[in-house]
Design a protein around this ligand. Structure first.
Ligand code: NAP
Ligand code: ZN
Ligand code: ZN
Length: 350
């Protein structure tokens, strides 16, 4: 076992604070990574506060992990000591079912996807995430990171990046198509960057008037501030594809009606409460309402390589880990531009 230090929350109502725990010794196929940067995803907040139910405490959140390899097991082929490496939302799965063999480990049919934190290994031991000094992961679930990009700004690609890239690939977003991004936070700003990079005509929907200029800088052709009730109406029946990244309660029907015939709206945001869907929001134009969870390991590597080639990273605010509780409050106020990334050097005593 190796001694790890990090930040954890001990209950749904606690603040995060320092925590010490043990990680397994690296086995033959394991890679040990010194964590240099850890992104702060809204899912960390949902789970820390048990908004999805079933949270395991103490919880060390963090599934946007970027760092440097410090040890490799004897059978490891993809990595050597000193390489940059990333870990996203998953650290293992059954690897044998149809979905796992298709490289979509997040949809493991045996329910054996092991999440990076707030999950359990196959032996029942809890997993601890990236708000920590180091992590030990089977190389099959470790991603290669190009040294061309700013490592801190790469970290959010491991969740916010792949979660928005994957559905746009699945639904085959094409140049010239009308794409709408709902919510301009961590996921939303990556969705905007990817849709723009894929050549779509992108409209950003935001509840925050102050984000309009940023949305245009990030690639939006139009920005719709959704505060006023009539704002969506003029855009009805016009979109091929909508990606809903909103973390809180909102009306789905007014967005569904923005889709043109055969259009799809995919939910990636995962609010705590269910939202009603009117049949007539989807019947009229044969619209589809869909969902999507992160992305498989192979596609995550494809996305990272695409980002290296096209110079795409997240827009980040770096924080020391001591500011994590304040950062959560700012995320909840939609006040993040556009991802907090913890500089893990702040964990070390000075
Ligand atoms: P975030 O940075 O907080 O962004 C969410 C944005 O949604 C906010 O910045 C805000 O944008 C908008 N928003 C928040 N509350 C709203 C409300 N009540 N009504 C309308 N708009 C609202 O969060 P994130 O890290 O991007 O995550 C977004 C959601 O995706 C979370 O629920 C998270 O758990 C989920 N998620 C899902 C997956 C997956 O695999 N499907 C992966 C990662 C995260 P504006 O200021 O522009 O309105
Ligand atoms: Zn996430
Ligand atoms: Zn499986």
């Amino acid at each position: 076992m190796s001694h790890a230090v990090g930040y954890a929350t001990r209950s749904a109502k606690s603040r995060l604070g320092p925590f010490e725990f043990e990680r397994r010794e690296p086995g033959p196929r394991d890679v040990q990574i010194e964590i240099l940067f850890s992104g702060v995803c809204h899912s960390d907040i949902h789970q820390a506060r048990d908004e999805w139910g079933g949270s395991i405490y103490p919880m060390v959140p963090g599934h946007e992990i970027a760092g440097r390899v410090t040890h490799v097991g004897a059978a490891v082929r993809k990595f050597k000591v000193g390489d940059l490496a990333g870990v996203g939302c998953m650290v293992d799965s059954c690897r044998e079912c149809g979905s796992c063999r298709d490289g979509e480990e997040q949809y493991c049919e045996r329910g054996m996807t092991v999440f990076t934190y707030n999950g359990r290994f196959h032996d029942g031991m809890p997993t601890y995430g990236g708000y920590s000094s180091h992590i030990v992961v089977d190389e099959a679930f470790v991603l290669r990171i190009s040294p061309k990009l700013d490592l801190a700004a790469v970290a959010p690609l491991l969740c916010a990046g792949i979660t928005t890239y994957s559905p746009m690939k699945h639904w085959d977003v094409q140049p010239g198509q009308r794409v709408g991004v709902i919510g301009l936070g961590g996921l939303g700003h990556m969705a905007l960057k990817f849709a723009h990079a894929f050549g779509a005509h992108v409209t950003q929907f935001t509840t925050t008037p102050g984000k309009e200029a940023d949305a245009r800088r990030l690639g939006a052709r139009e920005v719709v501030v959704t505060r006023d009730p009539g704002a969506l109406k003029p855009h009805e029946d016009s979109f091929h594809f909508l990606i809903d990244t909103v973390s809180g309660d909102h009306d789905l029907n007014s967005y569904l009606r923005l889709l043109r015939r055969n259009g799809t709206m995919v939910l990636v945001g995962a609010p705590e409460h269910p939202a009603p869907v009117e049949a007539f929001s989807v019947i009229g134009k044969r619209r589809s309402l869909a969902g999507s969870a992160i992305g498989g390991i192979a596609q995550t590597q494809e996305m990272l390589d695409y980002c290296a080639e096209h110079g795409i990273v997240s827009d980040i605010e770096r924080i020391p880990i001591q500011q994590i509780n304040e950062a959560y409050e700012r995320v909840l106020k939609s006040d993040v531009k556009y991802r907090f990334v913890i500089d893990m050097a702040s964990l070390k005593p000075r």
